[in-house]
Design a protein around this ligand. Structure first.
Ligand code: ZN
Ligand code: ZN
Length: 418
C-alpha cells in the first residue's frame, strides 16, 4: 500500500540490560546520558518488546527475523546460511553453511573463543585454509571466508550432507573443541555420521595449518594469542523466506554492521547498504551509519539500521564499553531527529534483544522500545530505558507486532475485515 510516510527501525544491538552493581544498580541505558533517545521517548509511545516470546533469549538472527515479520519457529534453518551469505559466500541448495570462530588453543584446550577479537589477518588465515583444503574432505568441497574480527563462515558443498549435527565450538573456554556428532534423533543417520566425521577432520587438520600461518607466528611473537583453530557452529541449509517486498509491499533497505543480519537481508531481497567507517566494533562511525540511513530513505519506504557495539559491551561484561556504545546510538538517533521531517517519517528505536552486562549473553528480558513520528500517540514516558519504557502505553509487545505498529502509523497495513 503506497504511503508518503517512511518507516524506520533503529536498533542498538543487545541494548537492553539489567541493573549493574558497578553502575550503582542502574542499567547502562539509565546510567548513560541519552538526550536524543530520551527525546524520542518523550515525544513518543514506549513499551517493552519481546523479540520472539517473553523469556526466550533470541539470537540476533532470529530476533531480526521476528522483528521484520518472519516467524523463526517455521522459517529458521540455522545461523550459518545468513553468516555465509552476509560475508559474500554463495549457499547453493544442498550446501551446508556454518558460522565459525577463530579461537586460541593451548595444549589442546580452547583458551580464548575469540582469539583476542583478532582485528586483522583473518583474510590470510582463511586463504591458507582454502588452499590447504583445496582437495576437499571425503569428496566434499570446503570454502572458508573471514568476517568481522574473529568471525568467519564456511560452506561445505557435496552430495549427501546433513545439517543434523552438533557444533565443534564448545561455547566455553577451558575445554577442548567439541566432538561433532549427529543431533538427538539422528544418531544412526549415515549422512549425519559422515558429515560429523568431515567436520571433525576439518577441525583436527585446520589447527596445524593455522599455527603455521605467518599471521599467527607474528601474533605469538607479539605476545598475542594465536588464532590457531577455526571452530564451526550454527550449521544450516538455505532458508525459504518470502521476499520482504512481497511480505510488506515496501521497498526496504538494511544498514547493518553484522554480516549475519546482512545475510538475512540478502535472503529477503532487501537492499543491503555498505557504510564506510561502519566497523561493527566499538570504534564504529555512528554518524556515517545515520547518514547512510537518511540517504537510503530517499528511495526506500522502509529502513532498518543496527549499531552492533552495545552487544559487544554486554558480551564482554564491560559497563563502560556498553555505555560508550549507547552514547553512539544516541548520537546517531540525534542525527536522524535533526535531519528528517517527522511529519513524514515514523521510527521505532530499541534493540533486537537484551545482552545484560551481568549475564554476558542474550536474555529473554523485554527490550525497551519507543515509537516516534507520524501518527504516534505520545504517552507519559520521558526517558528511554528499561524501567521508564515498562510504564509506557504500548505495554508489552512481540517482535511480530513491530511491522504492524509501524505500518499502522504509516498507513500501510490493510484493514482486516470490511
Ligand atoms: Zn543482536
Ligand atoms: Zn550478541
Amino acid at each position: 500500500m503506497a504511503s508518503s510516510i517512511k518507516q524506520i527501525i533503529f536498533l542498538g544491538d543487545g541494548i537492553g540490560d539489567r541493573p549493574v552493581p558497578a553502575l550503582g544498580g542502574k542499567t547502562p541505558l539509565e546510567h548513560q546520558a541519552t538526550p536524543a533517545l530520551d527525546l524520542v521517548a518523550s515525544g513518543g509511545e514506549s513499551g517493552l518488546m519481546y523479540p520472539i516470546r517473553p523469556g526466550l533469549p533470541a539470537g540476533s538472527d532470529t530476533a531480526h527475523m521476528a522483528i521484520l515479520g518472519y516467524d523463526p519457529a517455521t522459517t529458521y534453518t540455522g545461523r550459518g546460511p545468513f553468516e555465509a551469505r552476509g560475508v559474500g559466500l554463495e549457499v547453493r541448495p544442498g550446501d551446508l553453511a556454518f558460522r565459525c570462530n577463530f579461537a586460541t588453543m593451548t595444549d589442546g584446550l580452547i583458551t580464548d573463543r575469540r582469539a583476542g577479537r583478532i582485528k586483522s589477518g583473518t583474510d590470510e588465515l582463511a586463504a591458507a585454509l582454502n588452499e590447504a583444503f583445496a582437495g576437499g574432505i571425503d569428496g566434499v568441497q570446503v570454502i572458508v571466508k573471514e568476517s568481522v574480527e574473529h568471525r568467519a563462515a564456511m560452506v561445505l558443498r557435496g552430495e549427501g550432507l546433513s545439517m543434523h549435527i552438533t557444533d565443534a565450538d564448545p561455547h566455553e573456554a577451558g575445554i577442548p573443541p567439541g566432538e561433532v556428532t549427529p543431533t538427538p534423533g539422528h544418531e544412526g543417520d549415515p549422512e549425519a555420521l559422515r558429515t560429523s566425521r568431515i567436520v571433525n577432520e576439518f577441525v583436527e587438520r585446520n589447527q596445524a595449518i593455522l599455527a603455521a600461518a605467518p599471521v599467527n607466528q607474528e601474533r605469538v611473537a607479539q605476545g598475542l594469542g594465536p588464532a590457531n583453530v577455526l571452530l564451526p557452529r550454527g550449521v544450516g541449509t538455505g532458508p525459504h523466506l518470502a521476499p520482504f517486498a512481497e511480505q510488506w509491499g515496501l521497498r526496504g533497505a538494511l544498514i547493518v554492521e553484522v554480516d549475519l543480519v546482512r545475510g538475512l537481508g540478502l535472503y529477503l531481497g532487501m537492499d543491503v547498504v555498505t557504510v564506510e567507517g561502519a566497523t561493527g566494533g566499538s570504534d564504529t562511525d555512528e554518524i556515517a551509519l545515520a547518514k547512510a540511513a537518511v540517504a537510503a530513505l530517499a528511495d526506500h519506504d522502509f529502513i532498518l539500521c543496527n549499531i552492533k557495539a552495545p552487544d559487544l559491551g554486554g558480551h564482554d561484561s564491560l559497563p563502560d564499553a556498553k555505555c560508550a556504545a549507547i552514547a553512539k546510538v544516541d548520537r546517531a538517533v540525534g542525527y536522524l531527529l535533526d535531519t528528517l521531517d517527522w511529519n513524514h517519517h515514523v521510527m521505532m528505536i530499541g534493540g533486537d534483544h537484551c545482552t545484560p552486562i551481568t549475564s554476558g549473553d542474550h536474555t529473554g528480558d523485554g527490550v525497551p522500545v519507543a515509537f516516534y513520528g507520524h501518527g504516534v500517540r505520545p504517552d507519559y514516558v520521558t526517558s528511554y530505558g528499561e524501567r521508564p519504557c515498562a510504564t509506557g502505553s504500548l505495554g508489552r509487545i512481540l517482535g511480530a507486532d513491530v511491522m504492524y505498529l509501524l505500518g499502522n502509523y504509516a498507513g500501510t497495513v490493510h484493514k482486516f475485515g470490511a
